[in-house]
Design a protein around this ligand. Structure first.
Ligand SMILES: N[C@@H](CCC(=O)N[C@@H](CS)C(=O)NCC(=O)O)C(=O)O
Length: 358
């Protein structure tokens, strides 16, 4: 959040930890190296001479190996209330302007209110990139200091019976990200606050709010360590994208909306499933499963030799299809699809996200 003054940045966060600990996280290398970089980066080096007049330096490293070093000097050091220091990027190619960071640590019930102001940016663009960087870093500070860890910051919103919510949960589980699930129905005010179309899932990582499952998984994949959810080669990445798009655009409509949901929320005469709708969906499903059967061939995954986002989109859909008579009969005629389903259904990410909780 910028406070309206020219090129100054103000961020206010509540951290569920005593203020001594929040203060120390800014000035002790062992703590700072665990959070003081945006998500997706790491801190290979940090040196802090933690006293008024002392200097510090910190190096952040991106996944591609690029390093970004910064340093400065403490101007005010009043533990645990206030801290102020200069900040200057030292690596080539980074803006070299010196800025001033001032922090206030305010005691609140159950934690600390952190008020951070960074002033002296030469332009709004530099301020805005720092807003994004610090916002993401402060999410990591919350992960580190809150006893709930990442689950205090990372929130998935949506009814766990939704196939899309399960896809997102499986992706989070595959990455090893801890999160809080808020089981909310579509179109509720809380969902509309993150998803303008009112669907589920929605996602928050601190102040970052996202909707659309593939966008959520892209973010999770890049922002957190852990095995990648997208394949390593150009062709396989495109294939992954191709299947995510096809599942969203074609399979979900037929398999979930016109087939499964016809059983779950029947719309036919006398509150019964509408046979004509089901029969039409079953005919379409037969064609779609034949396409999947050919796509798998002897592979267990849709894009390449290991699990990708594409498989996370399909598994929750086919899980539901198999629960109803025509779907089960159709699936049994497609051994490649059944084999691939068997493989993904044995993974903890699938087992631990069953819609009924078991
Ligand atoms: N393309 C969206 C689809 C989300 C979606 O359709 N979710 C369903 C639940 S599985 C929903 O919210 N349905 C409620 C509605 O259609 O209003 C995504 O990938 O997240």
């Amino acid at each position: 959040m910028s406070n309206g003054r020219a090129h100054e940045l103000t961020l206010i966060r509540f951290i569920r930890a005593p203020r001594e600990r929040v203060f120390d996280a800014f000035v002790q290398a062992g703590l700072a190296s665990r959070w003081m970089c945006p998500r997706g980066m790491s801190v290979p080096e940090a040196h802090f001479d933690a006293r008024a007049g002392g200097r510090f330096s910190i190096t952040m490293q991106a996944r591609n190996g690029a390093k970004f070093a910064a340093g400065g000097a403490y101007r005010e050091f009043v533990r645990p209330e206030r801290l102020a220091y200069s900040w200057r990027w030292e690596s080539k190619g980074l803006p070299g302007a010196e800025t001033i960071i001032a922090l206030a640590f305010i005691e609140r019930a159950a934690g600390t209110e952190l008020r951070m102001t960074q002033s002296g940016f030469p332009d709004a663009a530099m301020r805005d990139t720092h807003e994004e960087g610090w916002g993401s870093s402060l999410n990591q500070l919350g992960d580190l200091l809150d006893e709930r860890g990442q689950a205090a910051t990372v929130v998935l919103l949506g009814d766990p019976r939704s196939s899309y919510v399960r896809t997102a949960r499986m992706g989070l589980a595959e990455k090893g990200v801890k999160y809080t699930l808020q089981p909310l129905a579509p179109q509720t005010p809380e969902i509309l606050a993150v998803h303008p179309f009112g669907r589920v899932p929605g996602f928050r990582d601190g102040r970052v709010a996202l909707f659309e499952t593939s966008a959520i998984l892209r973010y999770v994949d890049e922002a957190f360590p852990g095995p990648s959810l997208v394949p390593g080669t150009v062709r396989e990445r495109a294939r992954c994208e191709q299947w995510v798009s096809a599942i969203n655009a074609y399979l979900d409509g037929t398999m979930v909306r016109r087939y499964v949901l016809q059983y779950v929320f029947p719309k036919g005469a006398g509150g019964q499933p509408d046979r004509a709708v089901i029969d039409a969906a079953v005919r379409e499903m037969a064609g779609q499963l034949a396409i999947l059967e050919r796509a798998y061939g002897g592979n267990d995954f849709l894009a390449g030799r290991r699990l990708s986002m594409a498989d996370l989109f399909l598994a929750p859909v086919l899980y539901y299809v198999e629960r109803f008579p025509e779907g089960k009969a159709l699936l049994e005629k497609h051994p490649n699809v059944m084999r691939a389903q068997g493989v993904i259904q044995a993974r903890p990410s699938f087992l631990d996200t069953a819609p009924g909780g078991a």
